[in-house]
Write a protein that binds this ligand. Structure first.
Ligand code: DUT
Length: 156
């Protein structure tokens, strides 16, 4: 049995505008994220002006197994070379979401950036999530930290 066949499966549906594009892929054996591709038209790249944002279609619907989420994260190369990031990073893909996965790209660089068809624009990390039940209490239990936070332990 290979490693891949032991993994829980991630369902994927290709919408018409992503036909012909490669599915998201783990680029290396140990990659945490699979790269998501832009499903923009071949003849109409999306031009992202400096300081602007755009919801970029992937043309994919995912069926993430219950107990997991998808995190849409920026690619560090695009960020360091062009200032391209995901505005809402990490974007959350809920396991019960059945709409098209989109990537909220933002151009923090100084130059126009062209998003072309098939460009690997972000990465999807699947992660386990836990839901807990909220239980209202009159007082919070005591701890050594108490209400200290936001730098209360210093930096040295
Ligand atoms: O980068 C993202 C973030 C979210 N989504 C989709 C999947 C997610 O399950 C849904 C809702 O996302 P979220 O909960 O972050 O958005 P919201 O603003 O709280 O909207 P809602 O009221 O629909 O939950 O939108 C994306 O396609 N890309």
């Amino acid at each position: 049995m290979t490693n891949a066949s032991r993994l829980p499966s991630l369902g994927v549906v290709r919408l018409p505008h992503s036909q012909g594009l490669d599915l998201p892929t783990y680029e290396t054996a140990g990659a945490a994220g699979m790269d998501l591709r832009a499903a923009v038209p071949d003849d109409r790249p999306l031009i992202l002006l400096p300081g602007k944002r755009a919801l970029v279609p992937t043309g994919l619907i995912l069926e993430i197994p219950a107990g997991f989420e998808g995190q849409v994260r920026p690619r560090s190369g695009l960020a360091s070379k062009h200032g391209i990031t995901c505005l809402n990073t990490p974007g959350t893909i809920d396991s019960d979401y059945r709409g098209e996965v989109k990537v909220l790209l933002c151009n923090l660089g100084e130059e126009d950036f062209a998003v072309t068809r098939g460009m690997r624009i972000a990465q999807l990390v699947l992660a386990p999530v836990t839901q807990l039940q909220l239980e209202e209490r009159a007082l919070a239990g005591e701890t050594a930290r108490g209400a200290g936070g936001f730098g209360s332990t210093g930096t040295a």
